[in-house]
Design a protein around this ligand. Structure first.
Ligand code: NAD
Length: 313
């Protein structure tokens, strides 16, 4: 059984092991695969694992030996699942590996804007504390979270994990999610209007694309902090850029951008009130190990004839 990993580098840049997967077949791991190389690498393999390499209908049609596609992620939009199903190819994903890591990253970004730890450390290292007249100094208004309102859009696994941490900080939690119930649930408008921090945790769907547009931004408090660790296209970049430049809202903290990697001329680059991390919320080692473990279990289950985590559309 030939197993090919098309783009294994971000999952395992060298600190994890592919051994468990290699015990299940003849394994080839590529760090990255360019679109023009995909067919050649998939051709002849029965099992293909992909993170972001696109497996479209044309490729699925051409790859006659292919029996199984394992997505090394939760989102599976890189695979034409419908065509795979027509061809009898099993497609699986890894649904829950990153919940705690993404929730933690939300607060890593939020605490940075509350305290500017990196900036103040730099200032101390440059001697500014040594030469200070007072016993302390700070360069930005510092923000306490206790008593503030956290608005969560998309109250699924990650949204609920964020809510728990927010409550531990003494925040009030409001949430918008058309498919969930509970005491926190509000209309979208209310969440936008009442929240001090708004964190996006819904998937990217037709109904959620640019859910944060000019109109949504205009409803937020001028002190609002917007966080996106979900998908870049949930936000209208131009509208957000304008809202940040005019201080219509206080800040945006983004781990995802509509085009990744971020283009050099992206309008959100270079704004002091916009912090951007390079899609790393999922990536602590513990989280990637869970992803690896589930990806291996998915292949094992497929080989045993009892697929798990199968995407059925
Ligand atoms: P989940 O499926 O458990 O929860 C998503 C929730 O969004 C569901 O409750 C669903 O009802 C809700 N939803 C659907 N349509 C909505 C709408 N129109 N408005 C508001 N809510 C809506 O998913 P999850 O595990 O919590 O993951 C959430 C998202 O996080 C994923 O879709 C993915 O895009 C993103 N993610 C990012 C990273 C990263 O590294 N930055 C890692 C993993 C996941």
């Amino acid at each position: 059984m030939k197993i090919v990993v098309l783009d294994g580098y971000t999952e395992n840049p060298g600190d994890l092991s592919w051994d468990a997967l290699s015990r299940l077949g003849e394994l080839t791991v590529y760090d990255r695969t360019a679109p023009e190389d995909t067919f050649e690498r998939v051709n002849g393999a029965q099992i293909v694992l992909t993170n972001k390499t696109v497996l479209n209908a044309q490729l699925i049609d051409a790859a006659s030996s292919l029996r199984y596609i394992g997505v090394l992620a939760t989102g599976y939009n890189v695979v034409d699942v419908c065509r795979a199903k027509q061809k009898g190819i099993i497609v699986t994903n890894v649904p829950t590996y990153g919940t705690t890591a993404v929730a933690q990253h939300v607060f890593a970004m939020l605490l940075e804007i509350c305290h500017h730890v990196a900036h103040h450390n730099d200032a101390v290292q440059q001697g500014r504390w040594t030469s200070c007249q007072d016993f302390c100094f700070w360069d930005y208004p510092l923000i306490e979270l206790s008593g503030k309102t956290m608005g969560i859009i998309g109250f699924g696994r990650i949204g609920r994990a964020v809510a728990k941490i927010a409550e531990a900080f003494g925040m009030r939690v409001l949430a918008y999610d058309p498919c969930q119930t509970g005491p926190e649930m509000r209309k979208l408008d209310e969440v936008l209007r009442l929240s001090d921090v708004i964190s996006l945790h819904c998937p990217l769907l037709d109904s959620t694309q640019r859910i944060i547009n000019e109109e949504a931004l205009s409803k937020m408090k001028p002190t609002a902090i917007l966080i996106n660790t979900s998908r870049g296209a949930l936000i209208d970049d131009e509208a957000l850029c304008m809202a940040l430049k005019t201080h219509r809202i206080q800040a945006a903290l983004l781990d995802v951008i509509s085009t990744e990697p971020i283009p050099a001329n992206h309008p959100l680059l270079g704004l002091e009130n916009c912090l951007i991390t390079p899609h790393i919320a999922w990536a602590p080692k513990e989280s990637r190990q869970r992803l690896m473990d589930v990806a291996v279990s998915n292949v094992q289950a497929f080989l045993a004839g009892k697929p798990i985590n199968q995407i059925k559309q």
